[in-house]
Design a protein around this ligand. Sequence first.
Ligand code: 13P
Ligand code: SF4
Length: 336
Amino acid sequence: MPGPAPTLLPCSRDAEARVADVYARIKDVIPPMEWPGYAPEIDAIRALKRERNAVVLAHNYQAPEIFHGVADIQGDSLALARQAADCDADVLVVAGVHFMAETAKLVNPDKTVLIPDLRAGCSLAESITAEDVRALRAAHPGVPVVTYVNTSAAVKAESDICCTSGNAVAVVESLGVPRVIVLPDGYLAHHVARNTAVEVIPWTGTCEVHARFTGAEVETFRARFPSLTVLAHPECPPDVLDAADHVGSTAQMIAYVRRERPERVFLVTECSMSDNIAAELPDVAFVKPCTVCPHMKRITLPRIRHALEMLAPRVELDPDIAERARRPVERMLAVG
Ligand code: 13P
Ligand code: SF4
């Protein structure tokens, strides 16, 4: 278990001056009253990254002070996995959840991979065990197992290939088979089944954040804001996806907003997504009946600093599980 939350660094006008470039980027989404608390942390993390030859990989759901303040690599699960594989730093700090840090370790077995809070889990990763996968295989002999990256390394080790929300359909189609098992997210499996001719056998996991949205909620906002563009993550229930204008991974949603510049947009996903893009695109209006992922929010600036100071908590994997889990991840990365 992690120790008590690290004490905040004292406010410092010198630190604020050194990181003024960051505040210029996020001033529209971080109130001025909050900034003196963040600035010394960002300043200290920048210095520690240089000292440790470290990079911070931040998922799109990280709070703006992390995403815009200290991240060297930002993206969805697929981008983080790809860029972790290409990384030449000695230390990788994953500002995301535990399965993302495990994936970074799988593709960088000789590097130090840190997760600032070991409790940063995921309801999907919790929904299935390696034993469940073995039972599914026994029930469907010969059917390949396509495993969402939101799973433990032990579950990946039982799988044929991994996928993310950004490439699930392409991964399934790359196998050239009539039936696949897609686990653990039942809604993602449903989305894949609707976008390919391949028969999909699902598991019953759900994301506690996306499963809360409803199609009725989307329609209420459409009625209130007729020009609204709705983008939804494939972990949402089918009625939400039916009500959306576009379905995609977090990175695909960001790309859509950058490209199309909708006047007003509802991102049916975790709250920080809207803040992170709003910082970059102040002309786009975001309606925000979003939901917070409590696991993502365990990662804070003081915990990132503390991880870099202590070089802990580290992600370590059982060598046998790591060897078997690496193959489906690398196979996914080769799909392109
Ligand atoms: P993305 O791969 O789309 O970023 O999704 C990861 C995730 O955890 C969504 O809840
Ligand atoms: Fe897991 Fe959902 Fe949080 Fe993503 S948003 S990390 S799927 S619980």
